[in-house]
Design a protein around this ligand. Sequence first.
Ligand code: SF4
Length: 82
Amino acid sequence: MPDPVPPESSTTRRGFFVGLLRLAAVGTLAGGAMALVTRRPARASNEVCINPQPRTGCRGCPALIGCGLPQALSLRELLRKG
Ligand code: SF4
């Protein structure tokens, strides 16, 4: 009695699923790599706000141009957009 499913067909199906798993693995790796490349740079841990008058905020701070703290980055982006 002949085999109902030819061996080539099951190999092809298995190969399809293995290829699918490989594609998923490559996609996951590529997604992780993109997330690493596009994330915002972490600020240095030793960076602290030097504004002597914190109530004035970043607008009047002389260090605004070179500051890497999140509030300064936000203000610079806001000022750049206009
Ligand atoms: S720019 Fe803003 S965050 Fe940076 S030192 Fe000045 S007040 Fe602090």
